[in-house]
Design a protein around this ligand. Structure first.
Ligand code: NOJ
Ligand code: CA
Length: 537
């Protein structure tokens, strides 16, 4: 099996950069493009293949860049188009691909399209957005909710109608039922593809189309009473019939350029997720699979989920796995430092393209944000549930070293979000010196994955072990070494009988970065919180 036959995005590892928090180069306390360029050698040293950069376009920053006011330029905070071209060139020179974040569901209310749209009811761009008359009582046209709290409708006194915004009110939703909207977005894609970007992560791709009649959404009987948005079942505002035709056209545009990739933000159950590959694999290459973020951290639950996902993938489709992103509490906070090592081992030994969120490779944790420093709109709009829905804690600056401001920005500057209190001990420089650190583990895992066809593109099969704490699986590829992975999700030691796989094996890597040597698979000792990657004899 020739590994080179697999496209780069199947062989590779994706690393998400949240640019505001990666590296500041000019001392304004906000990360920028020259900062990323300066850290490219670090990214290469991680053994990753592609970076996805969260939005860097001009934006009033009401949703920290996900409110775009010009799709074809760079926000001066982040640099210039020339800085972007330099970054792209320098990344390519090092063999790294660059994915941009495409945000097609909504624009900023300061985007020229929306400024025109709201200027009058008969402006030619009026219907590029979703406008409706008030309900008979003067209230919003239907019961839809914003993800970030409150109604999804905002009244515009100037024209006497409401417009739809799935996120903050400064993020009006585009109307994909208007024939000119999708072509305009396809042109945005071409602008960046022609510049050389290697693809896109497409923001809330599942939301692009809305019910033509804008029907009320039903209450969700299973609502847990926490996030108001989930009070409703979103059957008319997301994943609506007709969405796949739009995704197919985006993919066809991407395919006008060779070797590019389209990743979709798709929070969906397997059956619906599978459809975003396209009936003829003509939609997303990688519709994001967020199960490892959402599931309880339990070996049997995760095993069942991995097996079910593998079974649900359409023929020829390639899977993917994600531990965290800028919208979710950090994995090390969710499951603890010891299990975060196990989680990285899982991520980097499963079948399917892994995505790492910046900082996960050093076990960065959520940083508690004092109320007066909270910036994230869902937290500001819903103070009662801010600790649950607020995303500032997982967006704090990257911890590079023990110098003031963690090497993220100059000493004396106030970074846009506070630096984690543990930065002097948890940082890249320190972990790089320590052969047993999480960073050393991460690097060793990516190195092994790249070197071993079974781990990179091989088959997956889970193995029964009879211990509830353990998830074990095999990775195999024709003509290549076979691997057995055993992960202890619990804090107790276990002795396992894995002799049905083979009699003996050699430990290739352990989460403590120390354990080595041959093992008898009939009596395999697994320490608390230990993960093992074994080469089967
Ligand atoms: C998903 C993005 O990941 C999130 O950060 C953003 O707030 C929403 N989409 C709206 O664009
Ligand atoms: Ca800066």
């Amino acid at each position: 099996m020739l590994i080179e036959k697999f496209p780069w995005w199947q062989r590779g590892i994706i690393y998400q950069i949240y640019p505001r928090s990666f590296q500041d180069s000019n001392g304004d306390g906000i990360g920028d493009l020259p900062g990323i360029t300066a850290r490219l050698d670090y990214l290469v040293s991680l053994g990753i293949d592609a970076i996805w950069i969260s939005p860097i376009y001009p934006s009033p920053m009401r949703d920290f860049g996900y409110d775009v006011s010009d799709y074809c330029a760079i926000h001066p905070l982040f640099g210039t188009l020339a800085d972007f071209d330099r970054l792209l060139h320098a990344a390519h020179a090092r063999g790294l691909r660059v994915l941009l974040d495409l945000v097609p569901n909504h624009t900023s209310d300061e985007h020229p399209w929306f400024i025109e749209s709201r200027s009058s009811r008969d402006n030619p761009k009026r219907d590029w957005y979703i406008w409706r008359d008030p309900a008979p009582d003067g209230g919003p046209p239907n019961n839809w909710l914003s993800h970030f709290g409150g109604s999804a409708w905002e009244f515009d006194a100037h024209t006497g109608q409401y417009y739809l915004h799935t996120f903050v009110k400064e993020q009006p939703d585009l109307n994909y039922r208007h024939p000119e909207v999708l072509p305009a977005i396809l042109d945005v894609m071409r602008f960046w593809l022609a510049r050389g970007v290697d693809g896109f992560r497409v923001d809330v791709i599942t939301h692009l189309l809305k019910d033509a009649q804008l029907r009320d959404e039903p209450l969700d009987p299973n609502w847990d009473g926490i996030e108001p948005y989930y009070r409703l079942r979103h059957i008319y505002s997301r994943n609506v019939d007709g969405i796949h035709a739009i995704v197919r056209q985006m993919r066809a545009t991407l395919d006008e350029y060779p070797d590019r990739v389209m990743v979709g933000e798709t929070y969906l159950p397997n059956e619906e997720l599978a459809k975003y590959y396209g009936e003829h694999l003509d939609e997303c290459h990688l519709p994001f699979n967020f199960q490892l973020i959402r599931l309880p951290w339990d070996a049997q639950i995760v095993r069942r989920a991995v097996d079910a996902y593998a079974a649900a993938l359409p023929p020829g489709a390639w899977g993917n796995w994600v531990l965290g992103n800028h919208d979710r509490h950090r994995v090390a906070t969710r499951i603890g430092q010891a299990q975060a090592r196990v989680a990285n081992m899982l991520l980097l030994t499963l079948r399917g393209t892994p995505t790492t969120y910046q900082g996960e490779e050093i076990g960065m944790e959520d940083v508690p944000i004092p109320p007066e420093f909270v910036q994230d709109p869902p937290a500001l709009n819903q103070p009662e549930i801010a600790p649950i829905v607020g995303r500032d804690p997982e967006r704090t600056p990257m911890q590079w070293d023990a110098s003031p401001n963690a090497g993220f920005t100059r000493a004396g500057v106030t970074p846009w979000l506070p630096i984690a209190p543990d930065y002097a001990t948890r940082n890249v420089a320190r972990q790089a010196q320590d052969p047993t650190s999480m960073l050393s583990l991460y690097r060793a895992l990516t190195r092994l994955r790249r070197a071993e066809p079974a781990l990179c593109i091989g088959d997956y099969r889970s193995v029964d072990v009879g211990a509830a704490d353990i998830f074990a699986y095999e990775r195999t590829a024709e003509g290549a070494a076979r691997f057995l992975i055993a992960l202890n999700f619990g804090a107790r030691a276990h002795t396992l009988d894995l002799s049905r796989v083979a009699r003996t094996a050699r430990i290739e890597m352990a989460t403590d970065m120390q354990r080595r040597g041959h093992v008898d698979l009939q009596h395999l000792e697994v320490a608390p919180n230990e993960g093992l990657v074994m080469r089967v004899d």
